[in-house]
Design a protein around this ligand. Structure first.
Ligand code: SAM
Ligand code: SF4
Length: 417
C-alpha cells in the first residue's frame, strides 16, 4: 500500500515538473514515506532520517518531508525531534502535496479527509506488467494490535466507475495484471459490493489477471468464492490472514472469528475453487499467548497447509488496545515461537510446491529474473514465481510451462508454447 502511495506522490510531483533521482545528494526534495505497522519499521525510519540530515548542509535549498503512517501518528513531534524536516503529511493528504511544496516550511497535514475516496490522484507507475489500484481506504476493524485504523482512518470505498476508468487506462498503457488494494477488500461497498466490482473489472479488455489484497476472513462470503471460481481473469489465489490458531488469542485480537469459522471458509474456498493457493499472516507471541495457544497455531498451520505465510513477532503499538493487555511476553519467547512457525511453514511451502513438479502451468512473464540474469521470471495464476531458461523479449506474454523443479521460494520450468 505504501509503495502505491509513493506512486501517487510521484504522479503529483510529475505534474508540477519534478522527476525522480536515485541519488539523494542530487535531490531538491526528499520524502520519507513511512510505515508504523511494527516498531522496527519506525526505528528504521528514524535512523534513515538522521542519516539524511547532512545532505542539507551541502544543499541548503533541499526540502525534506515525512509522509505515511508515522507522519500521521507523530505529526509535529517529528519536526520537534528533527528541525531539518520541512513538512509532514499523512496518507489522507497526498492530494495536497503540490500545495505543501509551494507553501512555507512547517506545514503539518494530518487531518481526516472525508472526500478521500472521491479524489482521483495521478499515479506514476513503474513500467511493467503489474499495476496496483486502490479500491478503498482505511479500516474499521480495530484489531487490538493494529495501528492502521488510527493512521488511515475509517473505511471509504472509491466509486466503481472511478476504479473502472483507472483500470481501463492502465490496460491502454499495456499493463496485463492488476492488484486491487484495500485493508479489507471484502467489505468494499459503493454502488457495488466486492464480488460485483470484480465482475465489472473482469470486463476490461487488455487486463488478463486480477488479484486483490487483503481479505479479512470475517467478511469472506460464498459470493466471493463464486466470483473467484467463475470470473476468468480473477486469479485462484487469496491472502487470508489467520493471525492465530487459538480462539482465546483471536478473541483478544478482536478478529471476530474463531478458528472453526476460519477453517470452514478455507474449506469453502478449496471446494469452490480447485487448486486455489492460500497464503496467510501469523503473529507470534501476542500478549497472554500460552504455550498451548502457540501449539494451536502450529497445529493450524499443519492443518491449513498454506502455500506461504508472512509471520511477525508481536510488536507493541502505543495507543492500541493490545498495548494495555496483561502478559506481554519476553523477546526471546516471541523469537523462539516465530522461528518455530517459520521453519514449520518452510517445510509446508516446499511440500506444496513439490506437488507442482511435472504439471503444466500458465505464467505471465514479468521480465528477467532478479536472482539469475540468464532466466526469465513470471508468475502462475496462483502467484508462484516460475523461472525459465530464456531471455527473450517475452515481457507481458502469457505462456505455458512445465514445472521441472520446485524450491521453497520459486519453481523452475521450461517453456511449452
Ligand atoms: N488488513 C490486513 C488484515 O487484517 O488481514 C492486514 C494489514 S497489516 C498491514 C499486515 C499484517 O501485519 C497483519 O496481518 C498482521 O499479521 C501484521 N501486524 C499488524 N500489526 C502488528 C503488530 N502490532 N505486531 C505484529 N504484527 C502486526
Ligand atoms: Fe489492521 Fe485488522 Fe484493519 Fe487489518 S483488519 S488493517 S489487521 S485493524
Amino acid at each position: 500500500m505504501n509503495v502505491h502511495d509513493t506512486e501517487k506522490m510521484f504522479g503529483v510531483l510529475k505534474n508540477i515538473g519534478y522527476s525522480n533521482t536515485d541519488n539523494p545528494g542530487k535531490a531538491d526534495l526528499i520524502i520519507f514515506n513511512t510505515c508504523s505497522i511494527r516498531q522496527k519499521a519506525e526505528q528504521k525510519f528514524y535512523s534513515e532520517l538522521g542519516r539524511i540530515k547532512s545532505y542539507k548542509k551541502n544543499r541548503p535549498n533541499l526540502r525534506i518531508a515525512v509522509a505515511g503512517c508515522i507522519a500521521q501518528r507523530e505529526g509535529k513531534k517529528i519536526i520537534k525531534k528533527a528541525s531539518y524536516v520541512d513538512f509532514v503529511f499523512g496518507p489522507q493528504n497526498i492530494h495536497k502535496l503540490a500545495d505543501f511544496i509551494s507553501s512555507s516550511n512547517g506545514t503539518v497535514a494530518v487531518s481526516d479527509n472525508p472526500y478521500l475516496a472521491l479524489i482521483d490522484l495521478p499515479v506514476q507507475r513503474e513500467a511493467g506488467v503489474r499495476a496496483w489500484v486502490t479500491i478503498m481506504y482505511g479500516c474499521n476493524n480495530f484489531c487490538s494490535y493494529c495501528v492502521v485504523p488510527y493512521t488511515r482512518g475509517r473505511e471509504k470505498s472509491r466509486p466503481s466507475e472511478h476504479i473502472y476508468a483507472e483500470v481501463s487506462e492502465i490496460a491502454e498503457k499495456g499493463y496485463k495484471e492488476i492488484t486491487l488494494l484495500g485493508q479489507n477488500v471484502n467489505s468494499y461497498q459503493s454502488d457495488l459490493n466486492f464480488p460485483g466490482l470484480l465482475k465489472k473489472l473482469n470486463r476490461v479488455g487488455g487486463i488478463e489477471r486480477i488479484r486483490f489484497v487483503t481479505s479479512h476472513p470475517k467478511d469472506l462470503s460464498p459470493e466471493l468464492a463464486d466470483a473467484i471460481a467463475e470470473l476468468s481473469k480473477v486469479c485462484e489465489n487469496i491472502h487470508l490472514p489467520l493471525q492465530s490458531g487459538s480462539d482465546n488469542i483471536l478473541k483478544l485480537m478482536n478478529r471476530v472469528y474463531s478458528y472453526d469459522i476460519y477453517r470452514d471458509k478455507v474449506i469453502l474456498l478449496r471446494e469452490k475453487v480447485p487448486g486455489i493457493s492460500i497464503t496467510s499472516d501469523i503473529i507470534a507471541g501476542f500478549p497472554g499467548e500460552t504455550e498451548e495457544d502457540h501449539i494451536r497455531t502450529t497445529d493450524a498451520l499443519k492443518e491449513m497447509q498454506f502455500d506461504g505465510i508472512f509471520a511477525f513477532k508481536f510488536s507493541t503499538r502505543p495507543g492500541t488496545a493490545a498495548a494495555k493487555i496483561e502478559g506481554h511476553l519476553p523477546e526471546n519467547v516471541k523469537s523462539e515461537r516465530l522461528a518455530e512457525i517459520l521453519s514449520l511453514q518452510d517445510d509446508i511451502t516446499l511440500r506444496r510446491n513439490l506437488l507442482l513438479e511435472n504439471t503444466q502451468q500458465e505464467i505471465l512473464i514479468e521480465g528477467i529474473s532478479d536472482t539469475d540474469k540468464s532466466r526469465l521470471a513470471g508468475r502462475t495464476r496462483t502467484n508462484k514465481i516460475v523461472t525459465i531458461p530464456e531471455t527473450d523479449k517475452l515481457r507481458g506474454a502469457i505462456i505455458k510451462v512445465e514445472i521441472k523443479k520446485a524450491r521453497k521460494h520459486s519453481l523452475e520450468g521450461i517453456r511449452l508454447t
